[in-house]
Design a protein. Structure first.
Length: 245
């Protein structure tokens, strides 16, 4: 019987711009008496990656455009915050009071382009997503010698509540194509494609939490896969397959 373990690293310090994130996590593993083994995956909350990469922006330095001012009036949001959202986005998907859904420049569809103001420790600042989450995951995976998933919390169409999803991945199949394999009774799978990295991110988010948990790094142990690695960008549905656009 296979066993899956999820272990949140304790005692990680607040991350600041320019910090060596890999070194902080390596120190956290050592404090917890953990050594990485084959099959381990590290899941990092997007926030600490963005912080280390200096993606925090002071709202006082942002000059909103007329488009941002108009959209801020519709949504009731700070025009400077809306300007950051627009600058990070390809298009506005939906806007109403209190809600702004956009397609991020990287393809994600989410509220506020993933820009957040919680748990920053800097009043009047907002935190953007990493410029290249898959690239960030790849650099960290090279340092650790194990796969890395960068997770964020997204809402979902048709369902309430947020869940952890992968916005960056390296060293594993973010999208795992199971078509052609047999099911329990030998029937060939025709359409089964697993969002493997999303499933990992969602499981880790149970420990990472959404508020004051202060557990942004989770070690997932006991996973197995037999497909080549591909990045989290593969999880974004192409426009040609999007029936709701």
């Amino acid at each position: 019987m296979r066993r899956l373990e999820l272990i949140a690293l304790p005692g990680l310090p607040m991350v600041a711009a320019g910090d060596d994130l890999a070194a902080l996590i390596e120190a956290g593993l050592a404090r917890a008496g953990l050594a990485l083994v084959e099959g381990d995956v590290l899941v990092l909350a997007q926030k600490i990656v963005s912080k280390a990469e200096g993606r925090s922006v002071a709202l006082a330095d942002v000059q909103p455009t007329p488009e941002a001012e108009a959209l801020a009036a519709r949504t009731g949001k700070d025009p400077r915050f809306v300007q950051l959202v627009l600058a990070e986005s390809q298009r506005v998907v939906r806007a109403r009071p209190g809600l702004l859904i956009v397609q991020h420049r990287l393809g994600f569809v989410s509220a506020n382009a993933g820009i957040d103001q919680s748990n920053l420790g800097q009043e009047g600042h907002a935190l953007l997503l990493p410029r290249d989450p898959d690239g960030s995951a790849a650099a960290l995976a090279a340092r650790f010698g194990c796969p890395v998933v960068i997770s964020d919390s997204f809402g979902r169409a048709w369902r309430r509540g947020t869940v952890g999803v992968a916005i960056g991945a390296a060293g594993l199949p973010a999208l795992w194509d199971l078509r052609g394999r047999p099911d329990l009774f030998g029937r060939t799978l025709q359409v089964s494609i697993s969002g493997f990295a999303d499933e990992i991110a969602a499981s880790a988010s149970l420990l990472q939490g959404q508020g004051a948990e202060a557990q942004p790094v989770v070690l997932v142990r006991g996973l197995a896969w037999d497909a080549p690695p591909n990045p989290a960008a593969e999880l974004i549905r192409p426009e040609s397959e999007d029936l709701f656009r």
